[in-house]
Design a protein around this ligand. Structure first.
Ligand code: ZN
Length: 284
């Protein structure tokens, strides 16, 4: 599933095709993804200047001049491809939506598993949108401070891994980046969020941002489905230190001449990767 850095990478490459431009045509090739395509999708956004593209959590938002916004969520397997409209693109399998712009771009939404979602709503009703109204703080904005993270952690006994995945607290962090940030911050993933020390909170806050920024700079992580809008994979997966590395030597321990192997445990049904030496179990 694309996480914050992958959605941000896609968003940034869509901006030149759409910002200040307008959509000339939208072709809807099936009635639905996870939810039905909204009525008016192929008419309401047409010929209205796109004011801006934004990201909220893992949602891409396109704001139009006449007060409407289009929301795109890529679900598990959604991809967006941007091609020159003049090029003869061979049909892509599972392409369910195509957007043409006045400046000669063709944007195709491909989603084999169809867990994605497209919504259309008046921009001034954004706060009431069911997908958006319960979302927590954006980790790359200045509103995400160590103090804010401390407050979010102080109120819950849930493991810090699960607390960071809770979109009502902090948005956009998925399994990969939570595992990587906890490893860098040397915090055991099962430690109760409320038990984190001030030092641990500061380290975690810093590494959450550092890892997200590094991942965006690398064009995101490609494990299964995610590709950039030019069809190329991201490169950050090569920089994962623990995610997907069960049984490999911990790079930090190796550099300090210790032997420790990355372990995988399940937390709420999802894999967590960590180093049992660098990230000490709080219960031992
Ligand atoms: Zn280690």
């Amino acid at each position: 599933m694309p996480e914050l850095p992958e959605v941000e990478t896609i968003l940034r490459s869509m901006k030149p095709a759409l910002e200040g431009q307008y959509i000339t045509s939208i072709e809807v090739k099936r009635p639905d993804l996870r939810t039905p395509f909204p009525p008016g999708l192929s008419t309401i956004p047409l010929h209205k200047t796109v004011i801006q593209l934004r990201r909220r959590a893992k949602y891409i938002l396109i704001d139009f001049q006449h007060g409407w916004s289009l929301l795109i969520h890529l679900g598990m397997s959604g991809r967006l491809f941007i091609d020159p409209a003049s090029q003869n693109i061979p049909p892509r399998r599972h392409e369910h939506l195509v957007i043409w712009t006045n400046n000669g771009h063709r944007i195709g939404l491909v989603d084999p598993r169809r867990f994605g979602m497209v919504c259309l709503f008046p921009t001034d009703q954004e706060a009431q949108q069911p997908q958006l109204k319960h979302l927590g703080v954006e980790p790359l904005l200045n509103t995400f401070t160590p103090e804010r993270l401390a407050t979010l952690c102080a109120t819950t006994r849930m493991p810090i891994k699960n607390a960071l995945l809770d979109q009502r607290k902090v948005v956009g962090l998925g399994n990969i980046y939570v595992c990587e940030a906890l490893f860098k911050a040397r915090i055991h993933p099962a430690k109760a969020a409320a038990d984190l020390t001030r030092k641990e909170i500061r380290r975690l806050h810093g590494f959450v941002r550092e890892i997200l920024q590094a991942a965006i700079a690398a064009g995101g992580s490609t494990l299964r489905d995610y590709v950039r809008t030019d069809g190329q994979p991201g490169a950050f997966q090569e920089l994962h230190l623990v995610y997907g590395r069960e049984g490999e030597e911990c790079p930090v321990c190796r550099s300090e001449n210790r032997h420790s192997v990355i372990m995988r445990i399940a937390q709420s049904g999802r894999s967590t990767f960590f180093c049992p030496h660098c990230q000490k179990n709080p219960h031992k």
